[in-house]
Design a protein around this ligand. Structure first.
Ligand code: CU
Length: 182
């Protein structure tokens, strides 16, 4: 059985080590560059950029009155888009029952008034962390009428297991039908 020369092994090791150093340096420098240039989405991103009182996905949880979260629930904008505002607090969601029409895109914004909560809509892939001072936003279309439980899946205190809500998807009513051409 041929024996590997010690210095041969050492040469390959230094080649691999050199490659690893280059990769590490590249990652180190690119993370710093992306922080400086603001392309790092986890920090600059966040939802609700157009919402009153919300800047860069952030708001002041003590001044919720200045935002649409003061009146939680579904609203229809002038351009026909649907937005829902949901407030999580220990230990409930407001509104406890969110009613949305089937077949229309709905953008749901969730924020917390106190501690970190979760917002999971059963039977869908909606599952967000709800952090005080931040807005989690997502747009979805519920295809069929029905009822989905919403649960807090981030442990938030003694009443965590009671923190339940509901999304009720309603069949679109004929009166709500939009005129042809829109
Ligand atoms: Cu909770």
């Amino acid at each position: 059985m041929p024996r590997l020369e010690h210095h041969t092994l050492k040469r390959y090791e230094s080649i691999w080590f050199g490659i690893a150093v280059v990769i590490s340096l590249f990652l180190f420098v690119s993370v710093i560059v992306s922080f400086i240039s603001g392309t790092y989405s986890a920090i600059g991103g966040g939802g609700g950029h157009h919402i009153t009182g919300v800047t860069n996905g952030r708001l002041d949880p003590r001044n919720i009155a200045a935002t649409p979260f003061a009146k939680p629930g579904l609203r229809e904008n002038a351009d026909g888009t649907l937005e829902a505002f949901v407030v999580a607090k220990a230990f409930a969601f407001d509104p406890p029952v969110l009613r949305v029409p089937a077949g229309r895109p709905v953008t749901i914004h969730v924020t917390s008034l106190d501690v970190m909560h979760g917002y999971e809509v059963e039977g869908t892939n909606i599952n967000a962390s709800v952090i005080p001072g931040q807005v989690a936003s997502f747009t979805t279309t519920f295809g069929r009428p029905g009822s989905h439980g919403t649960i807090c899946n981030e442990y938030c205190g003694t009443g965590h297991h009671n923190m339940l809500g509901r999304v009720v998807v309603e069949a679109p009513t004929p009166q709500a039908a939009r005129p042809a051409g829109e």
